[in-house]
Design a protein around this ligand. Structure first.
Ligand SMILES: [Zn+2]
Length: 337
């Protein structure tokens, strides 16, 4: 990541991550996953707007550090089951949507598109070092990183997805990041829309730091809890993504977490991808509790809305990104020794 790509980064105020206080009473196990502080409801009545998973959820904000988190948080075994049963529409393949998506992501049109819409997955970053894509899924993005010059490898919890990436020629570790011992350190670790899925984001970043060389970087993208689209779409904001998104960061909370996990030279910028705005519109129009929102997989509707959002809403996108209310946080930080 060149510095020029982060010239729009702005400074954020420091918020405190107090040490866990053993005297603080935690009600129903809802203490902050970062600082163990007390949490209070910020949004109630959340439901799964994508796959139709039953359940009533809340977002709770930590009074101490400001992090927002899901309530109730599923257990690790419940989450494993939910990912295997539902995620990516149960591993949907061979449909018109997935075929067109595959074509689009490997076409020059995609590279042109991310020049316009901006790059939340670091697909335009060129380099030559060792890169670890954490949560690499079926390896689609590994192909981009390899094409850009990196020696790309991945980690993936889903064995089926990891097998597909291995078939494409990539080394992929399956298992918890804590258990991963790489033969050589990495120059870059990518957490593209992954950190917010973690039950323990600090432990994840500490593991990432361990895997990096002494000047290695972590590249992160995740939804912004201060997004203006959240205010517009309310409970149907696509990035609530219950029950899979466990935490929601503001830029300040993300910066503090990185500092407390041993990273420095932290730069954070904001992007509002047209796809995310289009998905929130579809969720607002069609999502119903207990029912999968199939329109999220309608390529014509999504593509039409994408173009509409990008062409008509760009002043709002620009304003939101500059004022700290973009939909996506994009961070680059360097390991601090
Ligand atoms: Zn907290």
């Amino acid at each position: 990541m060149s510095e020029s790509q982060f010239s729009g980064a702005v400074s954020y105020p420091t918020v405190n991550f107090p040490a866990a206080d053993p005297t603080v009473a935690i009600v129903d196990g809802d203490g902050c996953v970062l600082c163990n502080g007390r949490t209070e409801t910020s949004v109630s009545g959340l439901f799964d707007t994508r796959f139709g998973i039953e359940g009533d959820y809340e977002s709770r904000r930590c009074r101490d550090c400001g992090l927002e988190q899901l309530f109730p948080i599923p257990s690790p075994s419940e989450l494993k089951d939910l990912y295997e049963r539902y995620y990516n529409f149960s591993g949907e393949r061979g449909t018109l949507y997935t075929i067109l998506r595959e074509w689009f992501f490997s076409s020059p049109l995609y590279r042109l598109w991310i020049r316009v819409d901006e790059d939340i997955s670091f697909h335009t970053c060129k380099g030559t070092g060792r890169l670890l894509d954490i949560g690499c899924n079926e390896g689609r993005t590994l192909k981009n990183y390899a094409r850009n010059g990196f020696q790309a490898e991945g980690t993936e919890l889903n064995e089926t997805a990891a097998a597909v990436a291995r078939e494409a020629g990539f080394r992929v570790f399956t298992g918890p990041l804590d258990d991963f011992a790489a033969a050589l350190p990495y120059d870059v670790a990518v957490l593209s829309n992954v950190l917010e899925h973690s039950l323990d984001p600090k432990a994840m970043l500490v593991s990432v730091r361990r895997l990096l060389n002494h000047t290695g970087q972590v590249w992160i993208s995740c939804p912004n809890s201060q997004s203006w689209l959240r205010s517009v779409f309310g409970r149907r904001w696509i990035n609530w993504h219950v029950p899979f998104h466990i935490t929601h960061f503001s830029a300040a909370a993300l910066k503090n977490l990185l500092q407390h996990s041993g990273f420095s030279q932290i730069e954070i910028r904001q992007i509002t991808p047209a796809l995310w705005a289009a998905s929130s519109i579809v969720s607002r129009m069609f999502a119903r509790p207990g029912k999968p929102t199939r329109y999220l997989r309608n390529p014509f509707l999504i593509f039409g809305l994408l173009l509409l959002c990008r062409t008509l809403l760009f002043p709002l996108f620009y304003w939101g990104n500059r004022r700290g209310h973009g939909d996506c946080l994009v961070a680059v930080a360097t390991r601090m020794d």
